[in-house]
Design a protein around this ligand. Structure first.
Ligand code: PEP
Length: 255
């Protein structure tokens, strides 16, 4: 059985006061949800703020990105070692906003995935198609290409210590969620691709869905056989909403 996994991606939002208020409400609620693995991913500059608040909590700390290089002359970069130093256990790589707005290629994402794992971080690898790609019928080809870059760089076995997030770009922050059936079809496809390389890894790896997940639609998504949780953006900034999504994951865990 794969334990459900829910991560909150705060994106570039928040400030000291709002983070404190959010975590004060969120952490007690999450403490009661034991059947699900939860992670919050604040912006880099607030990791140090979140770290002491998470001490002793079941919820883990993650970052939204990392630099592909180790410590050195890379102005503005944040290394895997720095994230480890701040007690991060997870890091998002290849979020569609990084790919689209910051020009991250499949190879760069694969490198970041490898560097994160080498440092002992668990990468949350985002894959997903744009609306144009979906309409052109290339969803599977796009997702397969994004996944293959990581398999080529790190090997299929490396996926065992990762989480794959299927995030259709057209569903991120748009309020347009993939239907449970649409999402399930792509999740099954991803698991099948992994299985072609390594059956045991395919059975074990968590594949979570991201794209306008809310408390109101989370349960229908999480009940699907290949949807192992969610990567949550907007709703992760509202304590009760995020907690309700995690509760929905916990309920579906029991099914
Ligand atoms: C995300 O940022 O990864 C995301 C899925 O955002 P939202 O939940 O707001 O669509």
């Amino acid at each position: 059985m794969r334990v459900k996994f829910v991560a909150g991606n705060w994106k570039m939002n928040g400030n000291l006061a709002s983070n404190e208020a959010l975590l004060q409400l969120l952490l007690p609620a999450l403490a009661e949800i034991t059947a699900v693995e939860t992670v919050i991913c604040p912006p880099y500059v607030y990791l140090s703020q979140a770290r002491p608040l998470l001490r002793g909590a079941k919820t883990a700390l993650g970052a939204q990105d990392l630099c592909q290089y180790g410590n050195g002359a890379y102005t503005g970069g944040v290394s895997a070692a720095m994230l480890k130093d701040l007690a991060c256990s997870h890091v998002i790589v290849g979020h569609s906003e990084r790919r689209a707005l910051f020009g991250e290629t499949d190879d760069l994402v694969a490198e970041k995935f490898a560097v994160a794992q080498q440092a002992g971080l668990i990468p949350i690898l985002c894959v997903g198609e744009t609306l144009a790609e979906r309409e052109a019928g290339t969803t599977e080809a796009v997702v397969a290409r994004q996944l293959q870059a990581v398999i080529k760089r790190s090997g299929a076995a490396a996926l065992r210590n990762s989480v794959i997030a299927y995030e259709p770009v057209w569903a991120i922050g748009t309020g347009k969620t993939a239907t449970p059936q649409e999402a399930q079809a792509v999740h099954a496809f991803i698991r099948g691709r992994v299985a072609n390389a390594d059956r045991a890894v395919a059975d074990a790896v968590r594949i979570v869905y991201g794209g306008s997940v809310k408390a109101a639609n989370a349960g229908q998504l999480f009940v699907m056989p290949d949807i192992d949780g969610g990567l949550i953006g907007g709703a992760a900034l509202v304590a009760e909403e995020f907690a309700a999504i995690c509760r929905a994951a916990a309920q579906k865990q029991a099914v």
